[in-house]
Design a protein around this ligand. Structure first.
Ligand SMILES: Cc1cc2nc3c(=O)[nH]c(=O)nc-3n(C[C@H](O)[C@H](O)[C@H](O)COP(=O)(O)O)c2cc1C
Length: 415
């Protein structure tokens, strides 16, 4: 019987353990977590979501404070279109974050950055371009283009000196999305180096409808993508993601032709994960009934999360002047609109509630939206409970090696 370690992921000259830890914003997949994956010979992700606030927290910069100061006059304004990012600051924050990871990297693995197109920042093209460029400048091994179809993203960096040497991957949730990407991108004469096929059981935002995600399954989409690439004679590694909980399940995908697997949920309870420890306990404790896919993300994508996330229903004043990552190219955000509507409907209320949307920037930044994969309710089976009722946090190495070596559906418990 085989295990994941019997396979290798080939990316250019690299031969890797075929385990990729997926990007988890905002700083849930930390530099430390990504470094562990790389040290163990796999691929780890950092995320560039809200990197100025991550930089402030970790590297003692003042990006958010300064931006808020600049736009303070607009805080009470219902119109947020004035709020713009300073591209130089985005560049600096991204470089700091990426350098921190790359300078510390050990082992044969790689560190990639997860870059979500849906973070439109009131200037989608300009801000995305600088994010990609800065990550490449700072030496990132690769970029995974996520959350959005990224039809023009390769074009934004085709003149970068590392455009052909860094690894670029895309995340798709259907064969159709992949075909569209390949067609639109043909002009750059550069194929993706890997394709992550993300099914409906993943954490974070989903590439499926709110009402139909349950009609799809990862194995089927993965097989369709692999068959299509074969028919087109395209040799691009395919990496399924979403709901792969054990080493045996991962091995099953590798035997079915996948080049690696991308996993995330099991690492949310690792010591290296950026979630605060009490939140990690919430993930451990969750039952299946405590997890939902809802429509409160202002990006318009469905998102999976724990139902007791403090950010659900919260009616805080939008913090676009400080953050503003979800503002579209017209300076609009669905949360700002929902908030303004509730304020207008309850003019005398001291505190309002907004149920249909959430201020995603603020709540992700503060770890108050507890996004998670479908199988979060199985995390309690991956650890042991101390006498005080707390579950033991796991090392990323323990989880990684469990994926790498386990057989017969077994999950290794900590010593
Ligand atoms: C807490 C959490 C946050 C996530 N955030 C992101 C993100 O910021 N960008 C992204 O592309 N995917 C995100 N994902 C998806 C993962 O990268 C990964 O593809 C998926 O969750 C793998 O499935 P699994 O969690 O069942 O192992 C997130 C997943 C989790 C669990």
């Amino acid at each position: 019987m085989k295990c994941v370690d019997d396979f290798r992921l080939r990316l250019g000259k690299h031969e890797l353990v075929p385990i990729m830890i997926g990007g988890m914003g905002v700083d849930i997949s930390t530099v430390d977590l990504a470094l562990e994956a790389a040290r163990l010979g796999g691929v780890g992700h950092i995320s560039d979501a809200m990197v100025p606030t991550v930089s402030d927290r970790r590297y003692d910069t003042k990006f958010v404070k300064n931006k808020l100061k600049q736009y303070k006059y607009n805080v009470a304004n219902t119109d947020k279109s004035d709020v713009k990012f300073d591209l130089g600051h985005i560049e600096e924050a991204t470089r700091l974050h990426v350098r921190k990871a790359m300078d510390a990297k050990q082992g044969d693995g790689l560190v990639f950055i997860n870059c979500m197109e849906k973070l439109t920042m009131n200037a989608p093209r300009e801000t995305l371009k600088i994010r990609l460029k800065a990550a490449l400048d700072a030496g990132i091994d690769g970029i995974t283009l996520a959350a959005g179809l990224h039809l023009g993203s390769f074009g934004l960096i085709e003149d970068h000196p590392r455009f052909r040497d860094a690894k670029f991957g895309i995340i798709v949730s259907s064969l159709r999305a992949l075909q569209l990407f390949l067609r639109k991108n043909a002009r750059t004469n550069r194929l993706p180096d890997y394709i992550v096929v993300e099914g409906p059981l993943a954490g974070g935002h989903l590439g499926f409808g709110l009402d139909d995600w349950m009609d799809y399954d990862l194995a089927t989409i993965n097989a369709e993508v692999i068959a299509y690439l074969k028919a087109e004679h395209l040799e691009i590694p395919v990496i399924p993601a979403g709901g792969i909980f054990t080493g045996s399940e991962a091995t099953g995908f590798l035997e079915a032709g996948a080049a690696a697997v991308q996993v995330a949920t099991r690492f949310t309870v690792s010591k290296e994960c950026g979630l605060p420890d009490p939140v990690k306990q919430e993930y451990f404790k969750a039952e299946e009934k405590d997890i939902e896919v809802n429509g409160i993300s202002p990006t318009g994508y469905p998102m999976r999360m724990l139902k007791n996330s403090p950010g659900i229903g919260s009616g805080i004043r939008p913090n676009c002047e400080a953050y503003g990552y979800i503002l579209d190219s017209n300076g609009k955000c669905a949360y700002v609109e929902a908030y303004n509507r509730e304020v207008a409907a309850h003019p005398d209320a001291k505190k309002i509630k907004v149920y249909d949307k959430t201020c995603l920037c603020t709540h992700m930044r503060n770890f108050d939206i507890w996004t998670c994969g479908h199988y979060t309710y199985k995390l309690k089976d991956t650890s042991v409970r101390d006498a005080d009722g707390h579950y033991q946090l796991l090392s990323a190495e323990h989880i990684f090696k469990d994926y790498q070596f386990s057989k017969e559906g077994r999950i290794a418990l900590p010593d």
